[in-house]
Design a protein around this ligand. Structure first.
Ligand SMILES: [Zn+2]
Length: 473
């Protein structure tokens, strides 16, 4: 869940060339590229042309990071295993701030240049197409989160008095590690996080060994074994109270709360477990190896579905929010958007999950929630914003959430419950750990229902007006 927008980059976005950035010309002489024409600057999301990078595919990040909350100093050694998808005389990583000390490719020193958030690496030898390579970047400094963007507030690596709150949607991973910072390049993650003794370091996935304390510092080792988008990575640090165990169906469950929220620990643990188990019945098998949640004391005013560990920024989450964030483990985290414009595939499903949870608990039915929203007058701004095309300067518009959820309810009404829930399960199974687009969902819904549904999806997702119910049911 994010209820806001990133604007800081928009100036850059607006004046950037509309290159897809996916092609690196085979330059015979690796001359320093002019900033405007730099190859590989962007993974090919036209709405966020500088996000991510082209020419390679990351398979694994190894993040070895030390952080001192008192000095607000971060010391990082990031190793990235990747495969060149074309011949590469050079390539880019995304990194914002920090001093870069050294860059190596396959163990050999590489040249590097920096321009804004782009770190351009020129290996000693051109990388051949399909060549698997490792790039290692040593860097240090004071992390600077993206601050006060108009709708998103503050995100990225956010120092707190006792550690850090780290929530990065849509492109804040670059504020703590060099990366291909776009959801279209997911990878496995290993974390080796060293903090002062007494501080807990939480990251995605599971701890692979017990924390080791040496010389007043403790190192925590975590691993996320499943593909993960960079914006879902976290290293949240601080004083935490923990509760660990398994859900009723046996999924490892870890809840962590800042001591200020100690009274919420048991609820967070129990509800996260109950919700995860219920979603496995509705959405299909849980895609990851553990579940849980974290309440930190940074008053972000939002929650984020960090993989395996949703984060609640300075508030005790209601059941509906936990239901939403854990639904994202299927919709958004296992199935990821290739382009941010398709964000309704994350937020529409997660919002609809809130209604399904309410219905499951015998509260308002999804139908009555839908009816409540549908009663809004035709002049309501939600009807003029088609959620199927999230706008880069208003990415997290309410329509992407609510009208996206309504689109799914309209589909449910059109095809009936048995087919609707079959579509949902087939959707999560067919594209598990992969990438999705709206045409793929429409095709699947039409295939499983045997109905022509383009008119329905068009009215709910792409028309700038309130859909007429009678013609669609
Ligand atoms: Zn959400």
């Amino acid at each position: 869940m994010r209820c806001a927008v990133l604007l800081t980059l928009l100036g850059a976005v607006a004046c950037a060339p509309s290159s897809t950035g996916a092609q690196v010309p085979p330059a015979a002489t690796p001359a320093p590229a002019a900033p405007q024409a730099e190859p590989g600057r962007g993974i090919g999301d036209p709405d966020f042309p500088l996000d991510g990078n082209g020419g390679y595919d990351v398979t694994r990040y190894h993040l070895k990071i030390g952080y001192d909350p008192t000095a607000k100093h971060l010391n990082g050694l990031t190793s990235i295993q990747a495969k060149a998808t074309q011949s590469l005389p050079r390539f880019n990583l995304d990194l914002s701030g920090f001093e870069v000390g050294k860059v190596e490719v396959d163990g050999a020193p590489a040249r590097f240049e920096r321009s804004g958030s782009e770190l351009t690496v020129t290996p000693a030898k051109r990388l051949r197409e399909n060549h698997a390579f490792t790039v290692t970047v040593a860097y240090e400094g004071t992390p600077k989160p993206v601050r006060d963007s108009s709708n998103l507030g503050t995100y990225g690596f956010i120092p707190t008095p006792d550690g850090a709150f780290v929530a990065c949607q849509p492109n804040g991973a670059k504020t703590w590690f060099p990366s291909n910072d776009h959801p279209a390049d997911k990878a496995r993650f290993d974390f080796e996080l060293t903090v002062p003794r007494g501080v807990t370091a939480l990251a995605n996935g599971e701890q692979t060994r017990q924390p080791v304390t040496n010389g007043g510092k403790t190192t925590f080792t975590w691993s996320e074994k499943h593909p993960m988008a960079t914006y879902l990575a976290t290293m949240t640090l601080g004083k935490f109270e923990l509760r660990q165990g398994t859900t009723a169906t046996g999924i490892p469950n870890l809840a962590a709360v800042d001591p200020q929220f100690a009274s919420a620990l048991d609820d967070l643990y129990a509800t996260s477990g109950e919700v995860t188990d219920y979603w496995t019945k509705v959405f299909g098998p849980y895609p990851f190896s553990s579940t849980g949640g974290v309440i930190d004391d940074f008053a972000a005013g939002y929650a984020l579905e960090n993989q395996t560990k949703p984060m609640y920024g300075g508030f005790r989450p209601a059941e509906s929010i936990i239901a939403h964030e854990l639904a994202h483990q299927w919709f958004g985290n296992s199935l990821s958007v290739r382009r941010w414009r398709d964000l309704w595939l994350n937020e529409g499903f997660a919002t609809y999950a809130e209604w399904l949870w309410s219905e499951h608990k015998g509260r308002a039915s999804a139908e009555s929630v839908f009816d409540g929203f549908y009663a809004r007058p035709a002049s309501d701004p939600m009807w003029t914003y088609p959620p199927g095309r999230a706008l880069p300067d208003d990415l997290f518009n309410e329509s992407v959430y609510t009208r996206g959820g309504m689109a799914l309810h309209a589909l449910r009404k059109a095809v009936g419950d048995p087919v609707f829930f079959k579509i949902v399960k087939e959707w999560t199974a067919r594209y598990k750990y992969g990438y999705v687009t709206t045409p793929q969902l429409i095709a699947l819904a039409e295939q499983l229902s045997g109905k022509q549904l383009d008119e329905l999806f068009d009215a709910w997702l792409f028309e700038p007006r309130k859909p007429v119910l009678s013609s669609l049911r």
